[in-house]
Design a protein around this ligand. Structure first.
Ligand code: CP
Ligand code: NVA
Length: 310
């Protein structure tokens, strides 16, 4: 049976652990210049409707370094842009490639692709979730802190797609997640309630960034206006001004706090230049880990001789 990763709720704790273990092995092998051929003969399609630097390149590099090939498809250059139904496109692409990573606006698009495809569908970001980002981010936390549990993880900023995936991860792994978002920009209550109902982990929400940052081991932020919200940029800049991750905020955190950002960053908006470039920032390692985590994901979902167990 094929397996999709549309949200982190598609994974059990054991699946996360398996991905962390394998991505660390693959990273160590990469450092030594050793590449497995686990995706030899396999083709990954990437169907993107929004811009991407890291996710696209790390997925393409991952598949190529493991012996496979990637095909990038800009959605606007396909017949989808001329109203060919998703259910038809999904069945056709399933005949050509062995897996499909999709970056799009509405989350229902990836759900519909998953329903009609016979190949694994990987959510490479929707307006609602960014699951693979958080998998590689937790890998970075493990590398920096040796664990992901018993750490205060603070989210400071918009209650957006990345925040939603953090909430999902918290409910599967039992994380202590403290989110600070302005009123009116909180995460979707349905997502938070569902996560809290699982009874695993602690999800706290405040509108005070200093409360979230206090004694935090990890401070994470993201853009104030996500892709598709460009028209709200001016208004959002005013509302989010007190939510900037700057040196004043990180002084409240644990002295070994790591500062994370999925990037692209807007210096002087959600994060100050000195913090982004400062000693607590791990953003470049965080970015690199997308490559290693994507390799682990692709191997498990579409690797040679593997059944998709995740
Ligand atoms: N973090 C992330 O997803 O970056 P891109 O938008 O460049 O892929
Ligand atoms: N929240 C951001 C993440 C970019 C990687 C966006 O959706 O634009």
């Amino acid at each position: 049976m094929k397996k999709d990763i549309l949200t982190l709720l598609d994974l059990e704790k054991e699946d996360f652990e398996r991905l962390f273990k394998r991505s660390r092995e693959l990273k160590a092998r990469h450092r030594k210049g050793i590449y497995d051929r686990s995706l030899e003969g396999k083709t990954l399609g990437l169907l993107f409707e929004k811009q991407s630097t890291r996710t696209r390149l790390s997925l393409e590099a991952a598949v190529i370094q493991l012996g496979g090939v990637s095909v990038f498809i800009s959605a606007k250059d396909t017949q989808l842009d001329r109203d060919e139904p998703i259910k038809d496109t999904a069945r056709v692409l399933s005949r050509f490639v062995d897996g499909l990573a999709i970056r799009t606006f509405s989350h229902t698009v990836v759900e519909e692709f998953a329903e009609y495809s016979t190949i694994p569908i990987i959510n490479a970001l929707t307006d609602r979730y960014h699951p693979c980002q958080i998998l590689s981010d937790i890998l970075t936390i493990i590398e920096c802190k040796g664990r992901y549990s018993e750490l205060k993880i603070a989210w400071v900023g918009d209650g957006n797609n990345v925040a939603h995936s953090w909430i999902n991860a918290a409910s599967v792994l039992g994380l202590d997640l403290f989110l600070a978002c302005p009123d009116g920009y909180m995460p979707d209550e349905k997502i938070t309630e569902k996560a809290r109902d699982k009874g695993c982990g602690k999800i706290s929400i405040t509108s005070d960034p200093f409360e979230a940052a206090s004694e935090a081991d990890v401070i994470y932020t993201d853009v104030w206006a996500s892709m598709g919200q460009e028209s709200e940029q001016t208004e959002r800049k005013k509302v989010f001004e007190p939510f900037r991750v700057n040196s004043q905020l990180i002084k409240k955190a644990s002295k070994d706090v790591i500062v994370m950002h999925c990037l692209p960053a807007h210096r002087g908006e959600e994060i100050s230049e000195d913090v982004l470039e400062g000693p607590n920032s791990v953003v470049w390692d965080q970015s690199e880990n997308k490559l290693h985590m994507h390799k682990a994901i692709l191997e498990i979902l579409m690797g040679k001789g593997k059944t998709a167990e995740v």
